[in-house]
Design a protein around this ligand. Structure first.
Ligand SMILES: Cc1ncc(COP(=O)(O)O)c(C=O)c1O
Length: 420
């Protein structure tokens, strides 16, 4: 799902000629800062001016109509509905399947804690999951006495999701399922390598064995063309502040309707209630897993962010551009003797991880840790890139908003690390 053949990528090469992109980029104030080259979309996206303006406008609007008035309440509920509709449309699912959250980790927590875990049950994770998600699973282990298994996804780092090797990821995962495994927890796109997992095949294999699939989608929403109903994922948790370029603090969780009766929320509140007595009577949709008041004034900014992206081609075209630019960066990095790319196959997402080979890079900056190198790139060159702990590397995020000029500048500066 979401993967486009290399033939389509080359057909779209012309789309990349920066002309129309410059106009589009000019609507994002962070990209207009002189001499800045932004490569941290996997951490946080840049917000367009219209979305920024809507935040102030909406806070003022609420004050002007009376913040706890019936009018404000109706306005907030309309915002809430419109936002669920917009998210659902992008994911090709019903709005009823969407739970609004604040970030990816909350969505994953809702999913992870929703099962009636019994002592001795097992959960299977890849060895590339995000620390915050591992922490939640360890808490569940402490609370319920479950067992945690890991499968070595790292071993498949050099397979591509649409290549013949993709079956080996599924096989590897299946080999690690045990009779008592009740849930698999995986990322759709690995945050540390950019590897895309074959979600549909994984979900199919897991469902054949009565295992639920929870997906950390922090790095896939806003990148891949998604049809969640078709994917078979049981839970798909994400934030909107990364690749969708919405404000921090808005996330969502998709729950496959077929599993709704098997799960229960842990944290609950008025948002999940029907309003009918006796309490509690639960809404039979994603709201059952929501709790209470939210920053409704932010919601329009998310819808604007989604619409802004959709004003620049389709999701498939943007994904093609991401892969095309990532491949250019990956090839240029690969051509530098003192740089080693973490993956040896062309990128299938916008995350490119690489290490500085300190023996070949003579410069004294290059002898420092990757996190100090990242600080140096920001301070001295306005190149915003991050260091990762595992594998110990630098990670550049390439968005459809990234320009060839950004990539060229990053390469020029990285080249200087080999100069004594
Ligand atoms: C794969 C993955 N999961 C989870 C997170 C945490 O995201 P959030 O802050 O939205 O919970 C990140 C953030 O970098 C991530 O890359």
């Amino acid at each position: 799902m979401g993967l486009i053949s290399s033939a389509v990528i080359s057909d779209n090469l012309e789309r990349d000629r920066e002309v129309d992109l410059f106009d589009h980029r000019s609507q994002f104030p962070a990209l207009e800062v002189a001499h800045r080259h932004y490569f941290n979309y996997g951490g946080q996206g840049v917000i367009c001016a219209d979305a920024l303006d809507s935040i102030t406008k909406n806070f003022r609007h609420i004050e002007s109509i009376g913040c706890f008035s019936n009018a404000a309440g109706a306005w907030m509920m309309a915002e809430y509905g419109a936002t669920k509709d917009a998210i659902a449309q992008e994911l090709q699912v019903s709005p009823n399947t969407i739970t609004l959250t604040e970030n990816t980790t909350i969505g994953c927590n809702i999913a992870l804690w929703a099962l009636d875990w019994q002592q001795g049950d097992r959960i299977l994770l890849s060895d590339c999951e995000h620390p915050g998600i591992i922490a939640s699973v360890v808490q569940i282990q402490k609370r319920f006495g479950i067992e945690i298994d890991y499968f070595p996804l790292t071993k498949t780092r050099n397979s591509s999701a649409d290549g013949e090797d993709s079956i080996s990821v599924v096989e590897l995962l299946v080999q690690h399922l045990q009779p008592k495994t009740r849930m698999v927890m995986i990322s759709h796109i690995c945050w540390n390598t950019g590897q895309v997992l074959p979600l549909k095949a994984i979900a199919q294999a897991c469902h054949e064995r009565n295992v639920l699939v929870t997906v950390d989608a922090a790095q896939s929403v806003g990148v891949l063309l998604l049809n969640l109903e078709d994917s078979g994922a049981d839970f798909y948790a994400f934030t909107t502040h990364k690749w969708w370029c919405a404000p921090l603090g808005l996330g969502a969780l998709y729950i496959r309707p077929e599993i709704f009766d098997q799960i229960e929320p842990v944290f609950v509140g008025w948002r999940g209630l029907t309003g009918k007595l006796p309490i509690p009577q639960w809404r039979q949709d994603g709201a059952k897993f929501e709790v209470a008041s939210s920053t409704y004034a932010l919601y329009e900014a998310l819808r604007i962010a989604i619409a802004k992206a959709n004003s620049w081609g389709s999701q498939s075209q943007r994904y093609v551009r991401i892969c095309q630019l990532s491949k250019i960066l990956w090839e240029k990095l690969d051509a530098l003797p003192h740089i080693d790319c973490v993956r040896q196959v062309p990128p299938e997402s916008g995350l490119i991880s690489f290490t500085i080979n300190r023996e070949l890079a003579k410069n004294e900056i290059a002898q420092q840790s990757h996190s100090l190198i990242a600080k140096h790139l920001e301070l001295e060159h306005q190149i915003l890139i991050r260091a990762l702990p595992e594998p110990d590397c630098l990670r550049a995020s390439v968005h459809y908003l990234t320009s060839i000029t950004d990539i060229d500048r990053l390469i020029v500066i990285l080249e200087t690390l080999s100069i004594n």
